[in-house]
Design a protein around this ligand. Structure first.
Ligand SMILES: Cc1ncc(COP(=O)(O)O)c(C=O)c1O
Length: 370
């Protein structure tokens, strides 16, 4: 069965983790510091702070400025943490619709939702597809908003030749095992200002500024040195892993170009996509069957697929209960019709060919039945 992720550590990663384990350095220490330094160098950000998850990475960013009642514009088509960390920080997520081709936040819709309470925008580089960074920065400047980029899925994505980690105000990564690079549970928040870095560093560790001396309220959102040691090694092979993802995407793009009813996520020409996921939208009328039927037929051909995400965040029970039922038509259509095909660094060209052949065979079969 072809899986959706390859979660295997290399010998070097295992050796690095073992060395830390042998040393007894189980908590946050020198490895975390080194990982922060190397990660910030790699993405071109002034500061980087290790933490315990992509969720914590977002929470740390919001903790530096968000106040009760502040509103944050976010795309409704994302993972729950994009919204819930705004809520947990006392703010209100304002759900915006997406572009039907790029599946990224629609700034035109966001503009309609600006109020006197809008404090920030939280765009998501979804599936590794970078947002139009210049447009978002101009939008934020015009409306005097902070930007918290959710880059949980976008390690290595580039915009106009620059790594997406180099654009302020905050860039938040996850190292969860299915991601482009992984350490177990872990996250990183990049930022451009020392003041924000220091605030997040304190918040990460109970606001402790001296031994049992606490000057603010915080949590324990630290990474361990074992994870950081794995992360440092992963960082060295990130480019190779991305190369395979990009090669596979190219193979899919070429094959699917003329396939009716199956439309891959669109990236702009300014963007080097990091292909955490390769997602396509299935138009049932043109393709010949719906997304769920295609997924189960692919399963029969030995190909696992994923649905990211089956509903918009505004449709999650927790938010419908809070804010009532609202409608974001593009998010809702995409969530009903999107399908992710395996693209990770463990997918060989032979696997990619098998996946393509399977999709075409299914298409022909269902079309013949129509
Ligand atoms: C877009 C997005 N944001 C945030 C997160 C949270 O990351 P983590 O699972 O490491 O907490 C994820 C993880 O899936 C994600 O996909």
């Amino acid at each position: 069965m072809i899986q959706m992720a390859e979660i295997k550590l290399s010998d070097k990663e295992i050796a690095a983790a073992t060395e830390v384990l042998r040393s007894g350095g189980l908590r946050q220490g020198k490895e975390c510091e080194a990982f922060e330094h190397e990660f910030s160098q790699k993405v071109g950000s002034k500061f980087a702070l290790t933490n315990s998850s992509g969720t914590a990475a977002l929470q740390l960013a919001y903790s530096t400025f968000l106040e009760k009642g502040d509103e944050v514009l976010i795309p409704s088509f994302s993972f729950i943490a994009t919204a819930s960390m705004v809520s947990l920080s006392g703010g209100t997520p304002i759900f915006c619709d997406i572009n039907p081709q790029s599946f990224l936040m629609c700034l035109k819709d966001a503009e309609k939702k600006i109020t006197a309470k809008t404090k920030a925008i939280g765009p998501v580089h979804l599936f590794g597809n970078a947002c139009d960074v210049d447009e978002v920065i101009a939008f934020a400047k015009l409306h005097k908003l902070k930007i918290v980029w959710d880059a949980a899925q976008a390690h290595g994505a580039r915009y106009k030749g620059k790594d997406i980690g180099s654009f302020g105000d905050f860039v938040c990564y996850s190292f969860y095992p299915s991601k482009n690079m992984f350490v177990g549970e872990g996250g990183m928040t990049c930022c451009g200002l020392e003041h924000d870095f220091e605030k997040m560093r304190d918040f990460r560790s109970h606001g402790q500024t001296g031994k049992y001396y606490h000057t603010s309220i915080g949590l324990n959102a630290r990474m361990t040195d074992v994870e950081a040691a794995i992360g440092r090694e992963q960082l060295k092979r990130l480019d190779c892993m991305l190369e395979v993802r990009r090669r596979n995407a190219e193979i899919y793009n070429q094959a699917f170009e003329k396939l009716e009813g199956l439309t891959p996520q669109k990236k702009s020409s300014n963007v080097e996509h990091a292909y955490h996921l390769y997602c396509v939208a299935i138009d049932e009328n043109l393709f010949g069957c719906d997304r769920d039927t295609l997924a189960s037929m692919l399963h029969e051909s030995g190909v696992l697929t994923g649905i990211h995400y089956p509903r918009g965040l505004h449709q999650q029970p927790v938010y419908q209960e809070k804010y009532g039922i609202t409608s974001l038509p593009i998010t809702e259509w995409i969530s009903q019709n999107i399908l992710a095909l395996p693209i990770h660094h463990g997918i060989s060209q032979k696997d990619a060919s098998h996946i393509i052949d399977s999709v075409f065979r299914i298409h022909e079969r269902v079309k013949r039945k129509q």
